[in-house]
Ligand binder design. Sequence first.
Ligand code: NCD
Length: 310
Amino acid sequence: MTNLVGKDILAADQFNMAELELILQTARQFDTISSAGGTLDLMRNMILATLFYEPSTRTRLSFESAILRLGGSVLSVAEAKTSSSAAKGETLYDTGKMIEGYAHVAVIRHPIVGSARELADGASIPVINGGDGAGQHPSQALLDLYTIQKEKGRLEELTVTLVGDLRYGRTVHSLAPLLQHFGTRFNFVAPSELAMPAEITAGLRAKGAEVTETSDLAAVIGQTDVLYVTRIQKERFADPAQYEALKGAYVVNNALLQQAKPDLTIMHPLPRVDEIAKEVDAYEGAAYFRQAANGVLVRMALLALVTGKI
Ligand code: NCD
């Protein structure tokens, strides 16, 4: 039987279809119980450690909310970069060895690609990657998948347009391989400097996915079922002038939406800067705040599954 007990959650491509279905189904179950006002006590006496070496609002708060809603507790280092032993030169491997004595599961966010794996190599408890630089952000991709299914009523037969910073945006690096399982048709919309990494696009095509790459959002909006907008990742640019030249490359506003399907769903991992105009918030298909709320349910599912509590 499929289960995730004891597993690290490091990258989206680690999941097979049965595991994806298990996570979505568990989140749905928690959704039903929470919506009915029920409570869950599955992780009583269990501790989640959160190690955030990079800023975060949603990922951190939703993981904390998730463990509290499951009856557990959270241990966290406030500003891990400056106030933890990392400032004294401790390796993540050693931090992993240590953290297993303090907690039952850990979430890490770090500016360097591969850092979650390094912590996981040291720790015998399950480690969840809450974002490693421009690498992966698998729990975000899972909540994105959950949101698409909830908003659209299905995951199959959809055209999904990913727009913005596809080069440095870790959320899209994780989401695209997950959607590939469901036969998604992709539009990747970015300035050429911020195109999706070639190995990801090639990997999707090798598995039979239909991928269109363009820099023209208006050209594809009319065929889009789900528009996934991302922020230009200022903190990843080596050259601030390049960021200045590319910021504001895309703005989703009412004028653009006139060309869209009436049932278009608009998503964004948040935080947004100016890539979705505020006027769009009133649009029925604007799902980004519902998407953020879904994060708690999906993270509850992940925590309960990797600790074997469900
Ligand atoms: C994203 C991230 O940190 O990668 N935020 C999030 O987790 N919701 C997206 C971003 O910062 O642009």
